[in-house]
Ligand binder design. Structure first.
Ligand code: MN
Ligand code: MN
Ligand code: MN
Length: 288
């Protein structure tokens, strides 16, 4: 039986549209045996997800996806196997939440200059009381008919250099990795093909990430084609990181990204399910 492992997805605790319970149920229905819930800069969905996971017999790994700064760029780092009660992690996530709030206010004011009204209130409703991410602003732009889809919302308003783009001063990469490690987790560089970098820059990023204590990178992501997997796989193998797999699932409406059923890791890359701090869950699930 092929492995059905998904180590990156989102719930309503950040910018996903399924509650943690609905998400875990959807993963069970998709025959995922090990799932990591990795909401943006929060662990708020984990307790509920664990309850649902116990009921349907799925192994759930504690996770989060940190936004970090590196070389004036924003990178995403998934922490797997973290302890959500760890003081240095909780303190760090609290600081990230404040940065996100500040950025949301600034994005809202810029969108209002573009002619939208009551942006904070409306985006807040879309976020359902959870912290506001750029995804929520993108959904608002689509809902109000300013853009035809989320991609266009980023291309026209929210992306780098666009009128509602705001640079957020996230934690530096090294410190973010430290929070993950101090809380017992493994730091995984998320979707390395999505940073709009040349191969030379990616090389530098992988080296700096590894140097700072990062241990793995996502090689097989939701929507990655064979060419991307081959390229990233070769780079990850070259720098000696372990490989991870994750869909980055946010909502069922994005039909091209499903939970689980990711491509197998290319040969020669040590799989993250063999990491000593994580492997127990995968064994228990019979996933390896
Ligand atoms: Mn997201
Ligand atoms: Mn991400
Ligand atoms: Mn994500």
């Amino acid at each position: 039986m092929p492995l059905n492992i998904d180590l990156h997805c989102h719930s309503t605790a950040s910018d996903g549209t399924l509650t943690p319970t609905e998400l875990v149920r959807a993963a069970c229905e998709a025959d995922v045996s090990v799932l990591a819930l990795t909401d943006h800069d929060t662990t708020a969905g984990l307790a509920e997800a664990h309850k649902a996971a116990t009921l349907c017999g799925l192994q759930l790994i504690n996770g989060t996806e940190l936004s970090v700064r590196w070389q004036k760029r924003t990178l995403h780092i998934v922490g797997l196997g973290i302890d959500p009660a760890d003081p240095s992690l909780t303190k760090g996530l609290e600081a990230q939440r404040k940065i996100r709030e500040q950025r949301a206010l600034e994005i809202a004011s810029r969108l209002e200059k573009q002619g939208l009204e009551n942006v904070m209130a409306k985006a807040g409703r879309l976020a359902g009381g959870s912290q506001m991410t750029r995804t929520h602003f993108a959904r608002l732009l689509v809902d109000e008919g300013h853009c035809k889809d989320m991609k266009q919302a980023f291309r026209r308003y929210l992306g780098t250099g666009k009128p509602a783009h705001v640079t957020a001063h996230w934690v530096e990469m090294e410190e973010g990795i430290n929070w993950i490690r101090q809380s017992g987790g493994v730091a995984v560089l998320a979707h390395p093909h999505l940073y709009n970098m040349s191969a030379a820059w990616r090389q530098r990023m992988f080296a700096a990430f590894s140097e700072a204590g990062g241990e793995a990178a996502e090689v097989c992501c939701g929507g990655s084609n064979a060419q991307v997997i081959e390229t990233i796989g070769r780079e990850v193998r070259g720098v000696g990181l372990m490989g991870s797999v994750g869909s980055d699932f946010h909502q069922p409406e994005q039909r091209w990204i499903r939970l689980g059923r990711l491509a197998p890791l290319p040969t020669g890359i040590p799989a993250i399910w063999n990491h000593e701090r994580l492997t127990e869950k995968f064994r228990t699930a019979g996933a390896i």
